[in-house]
Design a protein around this ligand. Sequence first.
Ligand code: HEC
Ligand code: HEC
Length: 299
Amino acid sequence: MARNIKLVLEYEGTGYHGWQQQASSTPTIEGALRRALFELTGEAPALQAAGRTDAGVHALGQVVNFRLEGDFATEALPGALNHRLSPDIVVRSAEVVDDSFHARYSARSRRYEYHVRQAAGRAAYAVCSACHGPQAQGNQALNAPRLNSQAGWYLARQLRHFKQGIRGADDRDTYAKQMIPMAATLADDTAINNVVAYIDSLPDEPPPATLVGDPVRGKSLYTTCAACHGTAGQGVWSTNAPRLAHMSDWYLARQLHNFQQGIRGGHPQDFSGAQMVLMAKILPDDRAINDLLAYIHTL
Ligand code: HEC
Ligand code: HEC
């Protein structure tokens, strides 16, 4: 008979659009937990949570319950799930509970604390604003790209990579080298998450096109890219591929050149960058890059 399992979770919600599962491309806590449970048990039970947290909200003791058909040992669940979850989600405990237990209806109290993390992020952003602009809209004259349209999980990874020297490792990567001391002003993951939370709060408007290309030709070239970046260039968390729509075209062109020449993506720990090195090489010339970016501009 199916057992009713209760989990207690702790998570850092910065990289997620809240608890509730949405379209497959949107990272949510529920989506991540379901994926881990499925990988582990082959089952995809409905998950009940005590509270549906919003985007960017963290939890210290989120209670979740679900029914499991198989006989996976309950005491081994936290370890096995944590092994499959990214480090910002932790299963603290698992136990079998009475069949009548329901995480939402059985909750006797819920405690919410609101911390104004954006305020800390805003202070940290002051230094960034000199190059990326007060609205993180980017500044071509300073080679600093638009950030306000990009997904938080991707920005946070790039900031960690700049800090760890994984991005900007190549001597020819002069622009990324400028970012290394800037990322170093963010002391730790919390500081990175705070600044990303602030950037996320800034308005996202499509930037003007600066390149000329043939969007019709670009559309057919984009078919390959869509497999990872999404058909609307929206970025897909599960493939690690960032948003391309609404990004500065001159910056994307430079990144494609950098990937082609191995200036970016060559560091042995840059697994996601290495994927792009292979992809950028399928673009034969600058015309292909301009056509592609002209199409991406229409997305
Ligand atoms: C001196 C100018 C300068 C300052 C100040 C600066 N940046 Fe940058 N930033 C750049 C440049 C130039 C690039 C493009 C690097 C490249 O082309 O590879 C960049 C790239 C980035 C990227 C990568 C974007 C992407 O799409 O991959 C992120 C994230 C970023 N900056 C965040 C920040 C944050 C956060 C701060 C403040 C802590 C900051 N930057 C301060 C110049 C700057
Ligand atoms: C196999 C999956 C995959 C495919 C296919 C793919 N990409 Fe990517 N792309 C990625 C990943 C992953 C990254 C993030 C690299 C990183 O984290 O440094 C990325 C990053 C990029 C960037 C850098 C964005 C930034 O903000 O710095 C550009 C530009 C880009 N891709 C364009 C393309 C184009 C154009 C195509 C089609 C020719 C394509 N990609 C095909 C996975 C893919």
